[in-house]
Design a binder for this molecule. Structure first.
Ligand SMILES: Cc1cc2nc3c(=O)[nH]c(=O)nc-3n(C[C@H](O)[C@H](O)[C@H](O)COP(=O)(O)OP(=O)(O)OC[C@H]3O[C@@H](n4cnc5c(N)ncnc54)[C@H](O)[C@@H]3O)c2cc1C
Length: 410
């Protein structure tokens, strides 16, 4: 017999009183905001912190992403960060006492040209240099890993090989949001949902307060972790321009199917990536809209594109229905690497934004190091390459190559 739900079941996090003063205010109850709050409390004993979220936690990219995690990024600066992020999922699952559902199924990136294979060899070399497992595989091994793939000459972009990265996989994104909220509030952090930050007060070059639609908060540390809204926020509230374009990424899931896809599979040429969720749906995401916009709508163009791409790669999916589609905002920088910085004219104003496609997989480790930065005022070495001034100094990173190099034109 089914047990009745317990009348004493407790909510995962508590509603907190709105205070007029906090040691730090975090704008955005997404992955990065919640993770930073959690690590401020865990590692630095800072618990007088408010996370301010204009809608509900997980409203932004946090609740809209396709949940892919991996560490085989393109550049020396990025790989160590993502490597540590991968290692944190099981640790946090235990620590938060909340199942984040890390499914370590591995990722296979497909190459559709010799040039793409060559670019993958560079990626593999970088990953291995940092102790991250990754290797180039031939079409036969691609087929062994993902039997549904068509490795014949038939598809528009035949498969030349791939890059297989066993430590990656998928993690349940909502669980990460809820787990971090649970962990942060248990340590005394306040989360204020339905509250919008409308101003940042600065005096003599130092942050002194934050304005919200629920009242003013005195504070000398503010983190902009507003995801797709971070650049608008910086410009509107401080007149500080960030090199970020906001683009919509669309995603969708099919009807549930019996298990057939045991790895994350992606193709730059088709602009398509897919994995099978534990429910059996094929979750798939595509390239971003080709023009900046703030909508989260989906378009027939992308639904059609996605269906065609999936069937080209895995013909057995022909006739399967999409059940649900959605869109989310991606805050894209020109080099596809994030901005993490607290060293600019407004003392006490910290940036953690520009994550584009990659902000889920990095969120927990970024929270750890942004918390260190905010608590000590010293930029951790691992974050130093991500300073805003790299754009002024024309020292862009090569992370864009991770995507572009795999298209058949390169
Ligand atoms: C369709 C799609 C698929 C993706 N797939 C992947 C993937 O597979 N792997 C991966 O690593 N990444 C993926 N991403 C990217 C990832 O989701 C984002 O990079 C990540 O969510 C960024 O986290 P964040 O905490 O910075 O921002 P968000 O999660 O967007 O949170 C920002 C929050 O700030 C709030 N906010 C904004 N303005 C204000 C204000 N004025 N006052 C108060 N609150 C405010 C918003 O409401 C929002 O909740 C994908 C993104 C999309 C859209």
């Amino acid at each position: 017999m089914l047990k009745k739900p317990s009348a004493t079941a407790k909510p995962l996090w508590k509603k907190a009183p709105f205070k007029s003063s906090y040691d730090a205010v975090i704008i955005g109850g997404g992955l990065h905001g919640l993770a930073t709050a959690y690590f401020l409390a865990r590692d630095h004993g800072m618990t007088n912190i408010a996370v301010i979220e204009k809608r509900y936690i997980g409203f932004g990219g946090a609740g809209r992403n396709t949940a892919i995690v991996r560490a085989n990024q393109r550049t020396q600066e990025n790989v160590p960060l993502y490597k540590e992020a991968l290692e944190l999922w099981p640790v946090l699952t235990r620590e938060l006492d909340f199942n984040l559902m890390f499914y370590n199924c591995g990722n296979l990136n497909l190459a559709h040209s010799d040039a793409a294979l060559k670019a993958m060899r560079t990626n593999v070399a970088t990953a291995r240099f940092h102790g991250v497992q990754s290797r180039v595989v031939d079409p036969k091994e691609c087929k062994e890993l993902v039997p549904a793939l068509d490795i014949s000459e038939r598809p528009r972009y035949p498969i030349f090989g791939g890059m297989y990265h066993p430590p990656g996989g998928i993690v349940r994104h909502d669980a990460v949001v809820w787990g971090l909220a649970k962990g942060a509030t248990a340590k005394g952090i306040h989360i204020h949902q339905g509250t919008e930050v409308t101003g940042i007060g600065v005096s003599n070059g130092k942050v002194v307060s934050v304005e919200t639609d629920k009242g003013k908060i005195a504070t000398n540390r503010v983190l902009n972790a507003a995801g797709g809204y971070s650049a608008a926020l910086s410009w509107n509230l401080l007149g500080m321009k960030l090199p970020i374009s906001v683009l919509t990424i669309q995603a969708m899931v099919t009807q549930p199917l019996k298990p057939l896809l045991h790895h994350v599979v992606s193709s730059g040429a088709y602009h398509c990536y897919a994995n099978q969720t534990l429910k059996g749906e094929i979750a798939t995401g595509s390239h971003m809209d080709p023009w900046p916009n703030y909508t989260t709508q989906t378009t027939a163009r992308y639904i059609k594109h996605q269906a065609e791409a999936l069937i080209e790669m895995m013909p057995c999916l022909s006739g399967i229905k999409f059940m649900r589609t959605w869109g989310g905002l991606a805050d894209m920088t020109p080099d596809m690497a994030p901005i993490m910085d607290g060293n600019h004219p407004h003392e006490g104003y910290y940036l953690d934004c520009g994550w584009g496609y990659f902000g889920f997989k990095s969120s927990t480790v970024t929270g750890k190091y942004m918390a260190q930065y905010m608590a000590t005022g010293q930029c951790p070495e691992i974050l130093a390459p991500f300073a805003l001034r790299r754009f002024q100094e024309h020292r862009l990173m090569g992370e864009t190559a991770a995507l572009v190099n795999y298209t058949p034109d390169n």
